[in-house]
Design a protein around this ligand. Sequence first.
Ligand SMILES: *[C@@H]1O[C@H](CO)[C@@H](O)[C@H](O)[C@H]1NC(C)=O
Ligand SMILES: *[C@@H]1O[C@H](CO)[C@@H](O)[C@H](O)[C@H]1NC(C)=O
Ligand SMILES: *[C@@H]1O[C@H](CO)[C@@H](O)[C@H](O)[C@H]1NC(C)=O
Ligand SMILES: *[C@@H]1O[C@H](CO)[C@@H](O)[C@H](O)[C@H]1NC(C)=O
Length: 458
Amino acid sequence: MHLRYSVLLLLGSAAGGLGRQDADQTCPLTGPGLEPAGLMEQSICAVTTNVVPSSSSSSSSPLHPILQEFQDLIESDPRLYMFFDSMFDEDAVEPANSTQYPAGYDYHRMLHDLNYVLHTAPSFNTSMIHSINRGSPFYALLRWAADTPDGHAALLDKSVNAMIGAILNVWGDFLTSPASAHVLDDSPTGWFHPDSLRALEETGNLGQTAYTFSDMYTCDATAPAYGFPSWDAFFTRTFRPGIRPVSSPDDDSIIVNACESRPYALRHDVAAYDRFWIKGLRYSMRHMLAHDALADSFVGGTVYQAFLSSMSYHRWHAPVAGRIVRAYVVNGTYFSHPLFDSPNMYDTMSRGSTQAYLAATATRALIFIEADNPAIGLMVFIGIGMVEVSTCEITVREGQYVAKGDQLGMFHFGGSSHVLAFRPGVNVTGFPEERDKGAPNVPVRGRLAVVNNREIDR
Ligand SMILES: *[C@@H]1O[C@H](CO)[C@@H](O)[C@H](O)[C@H]1NC(C)=O
Ligand SMILES: *[C@@H]1O[C@H](CO)[C@@H](O)[C@H](O)[C@H]1NC(C)=O
Ligand SMILES: *[C@@H]1O[C@H](CO)[C@@H](O)[C@H](O)[C@H]1NC(C)=O
Ligand SMILES: *[C@@H]1O[C@H](CO)[C@@H](O)[C@H](O)[C@H]1NC(C)=O
């Protein structure tokens, strides 16, 4: 399994304090045998206080082989060496925000911080309930550098991106191992602390029900870690039967929601090619569909995008009944985001135009479905991995028939965003409106939209 972490999408205020801290401030480290600290705190520590101080055992411990390879890659290529040197250069950080890395931070320290993160699972920090960054330590390390011209270039470089993919796979191995369950406890930063549970329950109840975590999700509340063998098992948890019923199972004009998610954008008449890297939320259909032979039939069509919360459910479900025509993962970027973003992505990750950029560039799963209802016909689901996470794992195969609401796949350790695209002429209406950040998600498998016309010419 290869993981690329996903996204963390609750926006919030806790982001404000990411300035440089005193270099001698001690950061509580987490990990097996250590007191757990909040993930964000670790991340902040990691970039701001030499968390993995040169005197600490983490820092003096040898780099994991994959990170040694990363170092060799950076140093062997003069171009990459230049990028990785300049991306941490305070003076190069635009727009003027020179406080995000401690003085002297460089790629050597980045590698040592990554060495630390590779053995750490995201913990829940009760003060971070409204933070976008919960669970995203890699992103926290790279995000400021990613906004420099050199960082932007580095993260778009194919060899660097492939290396990051390989590093995330190593982290994925940790996150699927029993050691990663150390954050699944009721300590103040554990995911089953009463405050954490309350936040998870509030997210899952959608403002409509009053279930406990264990009423909603398949688990054993009496077992250690609620019976989850790893962080990944917790992250990809399933709803208990009946909690998320399929809307109108017998009416194929009703399209159901593919992911428990918050509406982000709806666009009609989407162009074959568009400038997805500039502000203005432009979808570039052929890029988004990775130039698949089927992409042409979607040019001029409709795109609906919605994003997932790290606190929520991360599996994907068939929005319509039909046959899987094609299903594969596109190897895209992991950390690249558009230069128009300010370094403070807390406000731009889920708003602004960033998600349209990710739809065209990020690692993603494409699942084309020929709907039973000819008024819909061929449609496509795209699961978009954002920042670190996730394997976009597809659990259906080409040729397979799916009923409306059946599982299609899932994000591992991350979430992210997803797109549904329809061909031009498919009259699909009734999508939920874009929501404020505090609004509950639209339930997975609940009613999403309706197709009006009977049949269209192909
Ligand atoms: C959670 O994170 C905040 C911000 O980094 C920190 O001030 C607080 O002490 C942390 N709380 C716990 C319980 O670790
Ligand atoms: C720089 O970072 C600080 C601390 O996060 C923030 O308050 C400030 O708004 C940022 N400045 C710019 C120009 O983004
Ligand atoms: C995508 O990357 C994986 C390794 O992460 C590799 O096994 C696979 O062949 C790649 N797929 C394509 C189409 O390049
Ligand atoms: C789509 O269907 C709605 C509802 O039947 C109808 O009002 C609208 O005119 C249709 N739009 C097009 C472009 O056919």
